[in-house]
Ligand binder design. Sequence first.
Ligand code: CTP
Ligand code: MG
Length: 229
Amino acid sequence: RRVGVAVPAAGFGRRMGGRRKAWLTLGGEPILARTLRAFLERPDVVAVAVALAADDAADPPDWLIALDPRVGVVAGGDSRAASVARAVAMLPAELDVILVHDAARPLVPPEVVQRVLDAVEGSTGAVAGLPAVDTFKRVDERDRIVDTPPRDGLWHAQTPQGFPAPLLRAALEALAAEPGGAERLTDDAMVVAAAGGTVRMVLGAARNLKVTRPGDLPLAEWYAAHPEE
Ligand code: CTP
Ligand code: MG
């Protein structure tokens, strides 16, 4: 199977105090380098497209250019969905599966990537996730609790999210034709579901956290130092 990987890395890191997370270091190397390695170590990965903020894409760091001939860089967009669409558009045509993976999840274990790829086989999509631990509340416009959805069956979606390549491309094109589509659909599974695909959840991992706030960095360092956890 030929696998392509789209890596959105063009966010501004507002919750990180306005620092672009791709360049922050984890275990002494840039977060993006660690994220890319998780995919480049697989021989079935034939291309990786990284969406960077426009100024970074115009002048990417030397280590990124030298990293691997399978890696390409493109300027991202205003939303995660727009960045994913641009990365997918620069992947080669002849792919069986496209994985989408947040640059900000550098600790994804190989078995989670494998589980997503196994579940995509013969299906229309798979997403890594974890069963919810908190109780969820739906509130109205005045913050009054109106509903407590049963926690059974509620999962947190992580990435990778994987899809048959032709289906993801068609779903992204349909979304681009729709005004405001990219803002309404917050992950790739929603994009494919909106195009009629059924997407399955597979077990992710706690260490596959998304580095989002400053407090996530020491936690990520701890996981980086404890590969068995
Ligand atoms: N992302 C992107 N293009 C955007 C917005 C986000 O490629 N316009 C990427 C981020 O770089 C990140 C992933 O999508 O790898 C998940 O987004 P998030 O964790 O929200 O990162 P940021 O958007 O950078 O952070 P914040 O929302 O705090 O600004
Ligand atoms: Mg964001």
